[in-house]
Design a binder for this molecule. Structure first.
Ligand SMILES: NC(=O)c1ccc[n+]([C@@H]2O[C@H](COP(=O)([O-])OP(=O)(O)OC[C@H]3O[C@@H](n4cnc5c(N)ncnc54)[C@H](OP(=O)(O)O)[C@@H]3O)[C@@H](O)[C@H]2O)c1
Length: 263
């Protein structure tokens, strides 16, 4: 197993990607500390991990709240002695972000995802790094989207938010890698099996001129393999990147768009 003995903290662990990453890390032997804004969905993931023979502990943590993130990470250190992996999988609700033309968008609505996504990633990364640097080991990770690198209509500040997270991944790595801490992002293709993607499609459905089924076909047609990415493929990659087998990788966001987006 690739993550035996590793201690991992996951933010947004009740979500599709956070929950999948939790299951993948635990199945590779990590002890996972799962957090979310609401406890109930995080507890469901923890039950799955336990049913699979893994070790998971849960806590309600608002990943935008500096004190809450700090108190939680200290509690992880108290219980497990260290933190090896921090994964920020937080995804904000789409209301007020998607489906509105930029020319009609209020500046506060535009700025909100940029401020919130970068704040959450910065906070979780910085607080983890403060514990990782003295150990000269650790991996800080997050997830972004195609919007970071290509123009997509009616997504408000979401694209700039994703681009900013990718820039922060590079800058964190430039400062932390000399201290043994790797920093990595994953940029998956949209995975329609996750509820997020239908939620994101609906406010833009009329403008897209496609039905949900047609849109999924279009998404698949844009990949070199002419198929959709699965959540399992994304979380398998996350587990590999978090492991020592990926020790040469830092300061980058892995392009998991299956050919949809050229490097
Ligand atoms: N799904 C995809 O195919 C895909 C592809 C590429 C990129 N992405 C991006 O990856 C990220 C995660 O996607 P996802 O599909 O896993 O989304 P998701 O299922 O909606 O999960 C997001 C999670 O973040 C939690 N959250 C929101 N605000 C929080 C806060 N302040 N503190 C702590 N937790 C918070 C949510 O908790 P509550 O429900 O309790 O609010 C939810 O559990 C998003 O940025 C998404 O755009 C997704």
């Amino acid at each position: 197993m690739m993550l035996t003995g590793k201690v991992a903290v996951i933010y947004g662990a009740g979500g599709a990607i956070g929950g999948g990453v939790a299951r993948a890390f635990a199945s590779e032997g990590a002890r996972v500390f799962l957090t979310g804004r609401h406890l109930a969905p995080v507890d469901v993931v923890a039950e799955d991990v336990a049913a699979g023979g893994g070790s998971a502990e849960t806590a309600e943590v608002d990943a935008l709240d500096e004190r809450a993130v700090g108190d939680h990470i200290r509690s992880v250190i108290d219980r497990a002695g260290r933190v090896d992996i921090s994964f920020n999988a937080v995804g904000l609700p789409n209301a007020g972000i998607l489906g509105i033309p930029l020319t009609d968008l209020d500046v506060e609505q535009f700025s909100q995802p940029i401020a919130a996504y970068t704040r959450s990633y910065f906070l979780t990364a910085r607080l983890a790094a403060r514990h990782m640097v003295p150990n000269r080991a650790g991996v800080i990770m997050t997830v972004t989207a195609l919007h970071a690198r290509t123009g997509i209509p009616l997504v408000g500040g979401y694209g700039p938010a994703m681009a900013a997270k990718e820039a922060l991944t590079r800058d964190l790595s430039a400062e932390l890698a000399p201290h043994g801490v790797r920093v990595l992002g994953i940029r998956p293709q949209a995975m329609p099996e996750t509820p997020t993607i239908k939620d994101a499609f609906e406010p833009r459905a009329e403008a897209s001129g496609a039905t949900w089924e047609q849109w999924q076909e279009l998404l698949a047609a844009r990949t070199h393999g002419r198929r959709l990415l699965t959540l399992e493929e994304t979380t398998n990659l996350a587990a590999f990147l978090a492991s020592d087998r990926a020790s040469g990788m830092t300061g980058t966001t892995v392009n998991l768009t299956m050919g949809s987006l050229d490097d």
